[in-house]
Design a protein around this ligand. Sequence first.
Ligand code: XBP
Ligand code: MG
Length: 238
Amino acid sequence: MQLQALIFDVDGTLAETEEAHRRAFNETFALAGLDWNWDFDRYRELLRVTGGKERMARHATDVGCELPASGPRSIVELHARKTERYNAFVRSGEVGLRPGVVELIADAELAGLRMAVATTTSPANVESLIRSTLGRDPDNVFDAICAGDMVKAKKPAPDIYVAALAALGLDAGAAVAFEDSAVGLTAARAAGLATVVTPSLYTDGDDFTGALRVLADLRPDGRSLDVATIRAWHAGPA
Ligand code: XBP
Ligand code: MG
């Protein structure tokens, strides 16, 4: 089947966002009077739980803390505050796109490929990242943006990739996914997608068995990954 679309994960793949997420979580906890502080190693463990609300719920369970169902210390409220803080960091220009991302998006547009996002993060986070880095309306860059709570089961379930393919009206064989984590790779593969992996700060060392290719980033050997190369990989033996 001919390659017709690229589907991108956001956190860790388009940009190294997780340190900004971690800081936003920790500042939110402090402001809410919670004595939670996620250091690098704890956050690495918690990243196995995708989705910020789910991650906080896991931590609450782990430390035996019962959060109220509503009010400033509820998961929904804490997450709303965290999202505001995270977006302020992104809008201030603190988070840039990873090497080769801008060039690949430009080449995909030139080649007439369609593009989509399949991410666990909240839609507002995708919007602010694309606006602050590319200076563009994300709806003019991507044909479909599938994010956050749009699906019930987050990665490693395939649902968000299935949703992106449905929005594009394509079979999995017509697209290639881009991921940075084993959890994301599992989700994309379960949706039937060939997947290029660029490990990130927190996922270096994950098991990427089954990936179409594993690259340090989208500018391997100092040259941006282009559509012609992806087409060749997609057409070739997996
Ligand atoms: C990324 C995530 C996200 C962010 C936080 O996973 O798990 O939850 O860490 O975002 P992936 P929210 O890159 O596999 O999509 O707090 O907005 O959920
Ligand atoms: Mg990711």
